[in-house]
Design a protein around this ligand. Structure first.
Ligand code: TNX
Length: 479
């Protein structure tokens, strides 16, 4: 019980009550609880029985209660059996992740679940990571692995940065060259790639089975060389620029033509197809670093594009620069600045916006841990595990109630990454620190305790072949 990450709201260890998984143990569930039961049974290699609570069994039960958090759960492990109850399937899934962390097996293959009781629910609704698949393309298999890794720590959002100067990574049927031409390459000029709509739908469904919402980002009107290179008619002079394979240190050098009608036909088509692929409530439209777009052009562009997002029944997220155009309060700014108490956020919250916090000097996973990290940037400083753990999202915006903070998200930009092993190196263990900031109540916050619990994940990662960074701040167990 004292090894759980993220730390639960309330847990009592009952060491004499460990449950032993026997040859005949089954997972019992009915109705809507069955899908999560099957997930657990798959992980434990046990059968599922559509049957009521029984001694010696692992039972998953939905007990809808209006006052209970949709991701909350109650878990009771005793010698006689395990009962996991929640108001909604998302809560059962969170409880399953707790149960799996309580599992251990002896050298002889005897599997036990630590005894005790847990009552738990998250602090923030949005607990996410962003993967930049534009600067470097990651395959469906790699993204699935990332989703699995997020969900183990009760993270529930995967933001995919699908387009940028260096690559357009999603098939758009009305504009096919975006993916087949605009997705051809990547930073450094190696091969790129893209997701067909079918692959993308499968990915979204895979995430949904793990209660992870995919938020797709089409970054506009800047960061758009891949689109401009694919269709000459999107350029005011009718001439397509070359594909871009640099890192883009001078980010913000490209722009959609905000004065051309075709730009809005393009946006309407892209957003329509994107919305149709997105069961979740959000579409992310970028809007960062629009240095190549005149300020009134940005305003005019957003004045036409934001209603399109709403028309498709979705809520828009934009990087915090979007606030300069004074959008209505349904728009969610994602803050990547570095100023606690930034008046930009205080004012936005006062106008009714909910915000996502991704301060670059706290949670940018593309920053190096220290000077020895083989990849990554340093413009927002070094970020070791204690830095990502050492701030309070609830206190970052002056005078904001917790309800104004939709949550936290760690972006992983991919300019310097060489492959999926580098994703793991940059994400682990730091992402787990963010998971705890997002899930655990503020009073549970405790660095020495967290460092000790995090160290216990090391053997799991070794066993799974996760390329994590053995930060010297963590008391890793010798391997
Ligand atoms: C800034 S943060 C960017 C990205 C880069 C990143 C590199 C933001 C919204 N834009 O385009 O990839 O820095 O750290």
């Amino acid at each position: 019980m004292d090894a759980l990450v993220p730390a639960p709201v309330h847990a009592v260890a009952e060491p004499a009550q460990a449950f032993t998984i026997e040859a005949g143990t089954a997972v019992h569930a009915a109705g809507e609880a069955l899908e999560v039961a099957e997930f657990l049974a798959g992980a434990l290699r046990l059968p599922v029985l559509d049957a009521p609570v029984a001694d010696g069994a692992i039972t998953l039960r939905l007990a809808p209660a209006a006052d209970q958090h949709p991701e909350g759960y109650a878990l009771r492990v005793s010698r006689r059996g395990i009962v996991l109850a929640a108001a909604a399937p998302a809560g059962l899934f969170a409880g399953v992740q707790t149960l799996l962390q309580l599992l251990s097996s002896t050298a002889h293959g005897v599997r036990t679940v630590a005894g005790g009781q847990v009552r738990d629910y998250p602090r923030f609704a949005h607990r996410g990571a962003m993967l930049d698949v534009s600067r470097h393309f990651f395959t469906v298999g790699e993204v699935r692995r990332f989703i699995d890794q997020l969900s183990r720590y009760k993270m529930n959002v995967l933001h995919l940065h699908l387009t940028d100067d260096q690559g357009w990574r999603l098939e758009i049927k009305g504009w096919p060259r975006l993916a087949v031409f605009g997705g051809r390459t990547r930073v450094g000029g190696g091969p790129g790639g893209h997701y067909t709509q079918r692959e993308y739908r499968d990915l979204v469904a895979y995430a949904a089975r793990r209660f992870v919402t995919v938020i797709p980002e089409i970054d506009v009107p800047g960061h758009t060389t891949a689109a401009l290179a694919s269709y000459p008619e999107l350029n005011p002079d009718g001439v397509a620029p070359d594909l871009f394979t640099g890192r883009g240190n001078a980010t913000g050098f490209s722009s959609l033509a905000t004065g051309l009608d075709i730009t809005y036909r393009f946006m309407q088509d892209v957003l329509r197809e994107l919305a149709a692929l997105t069961p979740g409530p959000y579409l992310h439209i970028g809007t960062d670093e629009t240095h190549a777009t005149p300020e009134d052009g940005v305003r005019a562009f957003l004045g036409r594009v934001l209603p399109m997002v709403a028309q498709h029944g979705k809520r828009a997220i934009g990087w915090h620069e979007i606030l300069r155009s004074r959008p209505d309060a349904t728009v969610v700014p994602q803050y990547w600045g570095r100023k606690p108490g930034d008046p930009l956020l205080t004012d936005a919250v006062a106008r009714g916006h909910q915000v996502i916090l991704s301060p670059a000097d706290k949670v940018y996973l593309d920053m190096k841990y220290d000077e020895h990290t083989p990849v990554g940037y340093e413009w927002a400083g070094h970020i070791d595990v204690a830095d990502i753990y050492g701030w309070d999202p609830g206190a970052y915006v002056a005078d904001a109630p917790d309800s104004a903070i939709l949550g936290v998200e760690a972006p992983l930009w991919a300019e310097t990454l060489r492959g999926y092993a580098d994703v793991e190196l940059m994400a682990f263990p730091r992402l787990v620190a963010l998971a705890e900031l997002g899930w655990s109540p503020r009073p549970a916050h405790d660095w020495p305790g967290f460092a000790r619990r995090l160290a216990l994940q090391g053997p799991t990662w070794e066993a799974q072949g996760v390329n994590y960074c053995r930060s010297p701040q963590i008391p890793w167990i010798a391997v």
